[in-house]
Design a binder for this molecule. Sequence first.
Ligand code: ADP
Ligand code: ZN
Ligand code: ZN
Length: 667
Amino acid sequence: MNIVRVALDLPLPTLFDYLAPDAVESDVGRRVTVPFGKGLRTGVIVELATASEQPDAKLKEVAAILRDMPALPAEWLALCEFCARYYQTPLGEVTSFALPPMLRRGKLPRIKKPAAKIAVSPAPTFDAVHQPPLPQLMPAQQAAVSAIFATAGFHVMLLHGVTGSGKTEVYLRAIDAVLARGGQALMLVPEIALTPQLEGRVAARFPAAHVVCANSGMADAARARGFLEAHAGRAEIVLGTRLAVFMPMPRLQLIIVDEEHDASFKQQEGLRYSARDVAIWRAHQSDIPIVLGSATPSLETFHHATTGRYQMLELPERAVADAMPVVRIVDTRREKLQEGLSAALLAGLQSRLDRGEQSLVFLNRRGYAPVLACPPCGWISRCRRCAANLVLHLADKRLRCHHCGFETAIPRACPDCGNVDLLPFGRGTQRLEAMLVERFPAARVLRIDRDSASTPKKWQALLATIHDGGADILVGTQMLAKGHDFPLLTLVGAVGADAALFAADFRAPERLFAQLMQVGGRSGRADLPGEVLIQTEYPDHPLYRALIDHDYARFAQSQLDERRIAGFPPFSFQAMLRAEARTMEQALAFLAAARKAAAAIADGVTLYDPVPMRLQRLMTLERGQLLVESPSRPALQSFLTAWMEQLYALKMPGGLRWHLDVDPLEF
Ligand code: ADP
Ligand code: ZN
Ligand code: ZN
């Protein structure tokens, strides 16, 4: 009997068997349409079989094996299987996620004619006349490029260097070498917003190469086409966000993960994978080098690079500006701030204005104020669906929940007592913008956050304005921190950073350091030195002291020491079971039952008590979590695999949903 075993996008940890009289071995890795329930579904054939555990009478026949595109290679299926295993997610959910939506639905993009545009030759020929001369590599860059190819096969390197130290130049040289050998290169970047400019730089460097982008913002057909180009080996370079790690690439010879510390490499819903970690597994599978690049590596990566598991490649100098920005601490304990800004920062802004230079005030909180309140009766603007405040947005006169998206008009009077004098509390980017406009009437103030840069087009327009010198003072969130050169920017002021020093999440200081280092890195160039002013009530905090010295390693070591003592990653491995239900009791009861079920199999792992999540209610659902920890990754993995079977068997009240997050980043 000819049976195909199919991965379907269903929340069940199993494959589905179908009769397929005409299936042949080469159909493994093909998409297939099958009857399921009352309708049809598309999945991927994972293997052929001659017998099924299902009774024969129950087996249905496939509707159609889709042979209109080449089968997905065994390596691709193996990558998906690894993710399914490691992240405890049904294989069908993984394969479905790994395919572009159009292919997932069983369709194919129309092929653009003429096909002549596609570069068939794997070795691009360069137009020497129109290529600007390449910069002479600095010795550390040269050493890095050599290290990438010094040994054949799998090895992980950390390319550690501040913004402007020439990391991208190293990537480009390495890609060049790969193209010259007829290989394909995969480069992952944190955010969609960063791809256009990198794409431009890559396309300019390799005019004859076929570069394909992959991110969730692309039109369906374009994304599917890119996937097929990579799969066929015609695309030499794939550039994309985390989902690009699933692009099939038959001649893959190099993987680069830029800004490897960035949290956006970890997906927070559905398949909760870390694209960086999956990329490392993939490099191992393909037996090729992988380069992780960052100015502020994740502590996990840094730990591996200092203990010899990864190779450390340092770029100690900036390629362009000859000096790092000067970082100064502004002690705000004894100062009366003006709308949150210190005299030192205000003076700094004024002097930049006088000199025709740009400044940036960095505040990682968008909106006008985090909450609107009625002081007489104590009413505050709260989300009806979440355990969170509604943020006041004056720009379009709305109250908005930053967690669930709920929004409503600003009430004219207090809904509880009728008082008309409602007050905004706290400060967001809009309020800062308003204050700066008032304080510096001649200045052109530009706000950059997810509200003002809500579409890629708006974002590009804002960047262009900054570049063209069309703004004097920028007010922005961490959006501004990443990957942009602002040649006129010479002052960065950081406001409200202290909150992260004492946050409940043990990764908060690591993120703060990375953000401040990154925003600071935006300022200054050779002829215009940069300055960073950090307003704080903790001027002696080691994090800020390390920042003054630009000493990431010192900061990282002190954090690692704390984590070692506390037994946190990278000295342990974690997974989080989360449950959401109509009531907190139900959520916690489920987690308690899950914990009880684990007792017999919890060998070498620690299970903590179920607790409410920090954002306790989201979209009207109450949420709880249960942390599992182990000093051994294999021990955690085998525990999780056994536990999952029990979890699937647990009784659940109606409306309860749960998921497991392996290597969680958010607490
Ligand atoms: P990073 O990726 O670390 O921020 P880049 O590779 O983008 O650094 O380099 C910063 C700037 O310096 C770019 O404009 C780049 O073209 C230039 N650059 C890089 N390496 C060199 C070099 N060896 N000589 C001269 N300029 C360089
Ligand atoms: Zn909400
Ligand atoms: Zn009131």
